[in-house]
Ligand binder design. Sequence first.
Ligand code: GCW
Length: 676
Amino acid sequence: MQNFRHYIFLFIIIPLFTFAEDGSQLWLRYPVNQKLRSIVNSNSKSPTLEIAKKELNKHWSGQPIDLKIDKFPDSFKDGYKIISTPKKITVLAKTDLGLLYGSYNLLNLQQQKANLTNFNLVEKPSFDVRILNHWDNLDGSIERGYAGHSLWKWEDLPNIISPKYEEYARANASIGINATVLNNVNASPNMLRGDYLKKVKILADVFRPYGIKVYLSVNFSSPKVLGNLKDSDPFNKDVQKWWKDKASEIYKLIPDFGGFLVKANSEGEPGPQDYGRTHADGANMMADVLKPYGGIVMWRAFVYSPSSDDRAKQAYLEFTPLDGKFRDNIIIQIKNGPVDFQPREPFHPLFGAMKNTSQMVEFQLTQEYLGHSNHLVYLAPLFKENLDSDTYSDGKGSTIAKITDGTLRPAKFTAISAVANIGEDTNWTGHHFAQSNWYAFGRLAWNHNLSSEQIADEWIKMTFTDDKKFVNPVKDMMLTSRETAVDYMMPLGLHHIFAGMHHYGPEPWGDYKGTRADWSPVYYHRADAEGLGFDRTKTGSDAVSEYFPPLNEMYGNIKTTPENLILWFHHVPWDYKMKDGKTMWEALCYKYDLGVHEVRDYQKVWGKMQPYVDNERFTDVQSKLKIQSKDAVWWKDACLLYFQTFSKRPIPDDIERPVNELEDLKKIKLPMGHHN
Ligand code: GCW
């Protein structure tokens, strides 16, 4: 009897598991052909091509396909051409990887239900290096990670190879991501230890056929800490030799190793300034040892100092004097905005300001400042807003996209990066919709001219369904979601008013006296009886002068500053009249209220999607939206009630009343630790 019951139990359970929609497949939900067919011919052979053939034979249900290596100019890189007729499809490329990308595009289009019988297309990447930055620590934790532990099982490597490594590589290759930094920029020197390099080699071997190169974050003090040298001064010959030997050791194991990512003299990390040297001195030393192997250095510009009068100015001040002093295999990695991945920032003034130095953008996929993996926030609009920003560095039309992709200035190589949101959670990113940010980054890195809408459209069709009744409302929700988050968290250019350490939830009253003023919310919003916002004009910190004309004038004048950044650049009186006639205080109230209402609307929209989506993902997303909705109210009440203690003005009658007491909100302390 016991056994019998057991079997019945299995009968019920097995089908459930077989059809479990747990999000583990990401957007790669290619149908499997019933019979394995061989419909692909190719004129070349390599592990990369084998993958292309395997994928197509297994998942392609259309006409026969030829994969052909052909002559293209060098500038074509890993691009491809597809010529499709009803009888046959030909994919042409200069490299095997180009053929793999073309194959994935065919499968992606098939899954989006595109018409594939008669079309031609030519695709080539906007950037050479399309790289994810993992902030993964060697102990398996992830700094700012909200999707479980690290994918990399350092304890098990090099002996046990998790199947997830290949799944990760495949997902990246399917959208054209071709590089990865495995470890946190707050780097442990141990990453460069011989035993760890042997583990890294295994990952590089798994990733290679998918066209993904491995990079490492390195700690500037490695020679001293690992090599027992007396210091890590870049001018010390022993230090130089240590790096040279290390490079040779790495390239013996990983001949196509990509290079180093370096966070130096930033937030307490060691760097060349510890020895009176400059960023250029430090970066050049590393660039020289990587040069013979074709490796590169991505040197981060994320620097700020407690003694500066305005954190937003620091990187520009430290880096512009070094323009032209960096080797040509160095690229300066700059966060999209001058502070730190806020819901909205103006673009970083360093973009375009170094005319003889290569630059790349760093975006953040992991939602450190955007509700972690609880809030639905589709980030393509944020990325586009940044890439399309006109810096005016070389006259009108000098967008960040054109500065970093080599269009405006010749560059030896070009790159774009994003801090990954990936962990070992079953659905990879914690929130099902956070997968769309990984996808969007890959797509924009491949082609920054794509619109946020097109990318959302592709992703929804691949991840859920192509039924219009689902696609359209869900797409609207995604496309507005970033602005909604800005509205309920930090409208009108407010920034960094998060609870300390973990950056989840509001703490506008936060004042960390005695530690770092520039980590305190009050430093950023400057609320007082007169008004709100950070004066960055000439009468204030003068950060506006770091922008090229006419932007310095535009941001320097309250009348011409876009209202979505007004509190970023100005200390605005509570009664200041906004363009629509409301006072600044009223505008603030209405924005917070709007944000709350929009999340409520998302709940309603999603509720109606139940018929089109599997139950697992439906309820997962539904639960997350409940959290987001409560958090939006928390943000609104905390910020409005707190700012009201300065404005002394009523909350307009027609918006929702606060449901919390300010004093209760001030007591909330979330059990999530972090250093800043
Ligand atoms: O966004 C901040 C984070 C830190 C991070 C740092 C950086 C890796 O709060 O956790 O450290 O920026 O980008 O270096």
